[in-house]
Design a protein around this ligand. Sequence first.
Ligand code: GDP
Length: 414
Amino acid sequence: MAWASSIDAFFKNFKRESQILSEETITLIKCHIQKNDLQGALSVIHSALRDIESAPLNIAVTGETGTGKSTFINALMGIGQEDEGAAPTGVTETTKERMPYPHPKLPQVTIWDLPGTGSTSFPPESYLKTMKFSEYDFFVIISASRFKENDAQLAKAIAMMKMNFYFVRTKIDNDLANEQRSKPKTFSKENVLKTIRDDCSKHLKKYFSGKPQIFLVSNFDVSDYDFPKLQTTLLGELPAHKRHVFMLSLNSVTEATINLKRDSLKQKVFLEALKAGALATIPLVGMIRDELQDLNETFNLYRSYFGLDDASLENIAKDFNMSMDELKVHLRFPNLFAEDSNVSLGKKLLNYIELISSITGGPFAVRFYYRKTYYLQNLFLETAANDAIALLNREALFEEKMGPYISKAPDYWE
Ligand code: GDP
């Protein structure tokens, strides 16, 4: 059946680290469709969507005080060090308890700040038990210098529990600056990074037989060094249904992360459209009116995932000494909502559906509605992702002399 192979083709389009359905789930949906069992396909899609939306994600970050653990947690979540909900940085006090940091935009995601093993004097196994190791999806072990024996033994214990861990070496920017200052003639960034990587690896290998995954990062420059690679590695190694929420929780610091978010959301929109398409039965304009409300909420969520929510935009506007209106001139998404003759996009859609409904009165209106909302969500996703990418290079964006690009309303509104 053409439908089944187009589903397969759609999901195969995406890179592994952005796929939100497992191979098994895709195969299962395909099998149901091939057997003409729409109800079966629908129930797989339904439970896949439920898993994707509600999958909890708990990340353990461990390391000694002063290594940059709190700064790393904030960098991973995309929170400014001084924002509300940020992990407090530069605090020298050591606690023996784990501290939860819920993600400010995604309640399913919590990053846990675990005390370093050195400060608890527990052997690794009891440390893991006390820290409730089974609750985490993976561990990040942080060091600001070479990794120590403690770190390697902890990793070994985590591996015994069949869980994933990643070594993160912070403050790389400091090391590079110091080397450059002390050896300005022979300084080579690549050589310094290689030396640090080899040194960490050598120390870990003394205690730990596997090939350790080491990421050299600067928490102040998350679009550089190994931070982006860390993000894609974590995504690639998470189970598929957990990727969506992790992807959304990530700081949109590179074009690659923004593209991953867009791809992840595209798959979700596609699944929702499949579900809605299979469900489309009786057209009820009232129900559609409620759903339009949801559509608005969906758009607002997308904005916040891409850092285009009002709070984020206000911060950017303040940085550049401009008003919100001046800032929005440079972005495309507000044009999608621009009201000409006081009629919003949603209202136009509703009017259209009411009109078609009154003429045909049939299920055509519903099919039309789902096709258009699917189209709109994709249009919005593309626009929001492009705006977020443009904002990454905001200096260049604001200097543009050409003026803004105005998205024209699609022809079918006319
Ligand atoms: P924690 O005690 O491990 O939570 O460490 P903090 O996150 O409070 O960081 C300790 C200090 O190191 C603070 O002054 C941070 O600003 C600084 N710091 C953290 N990460 C980095 C980094 O990647 N580069 C540099 N240069 N400084 C960092």
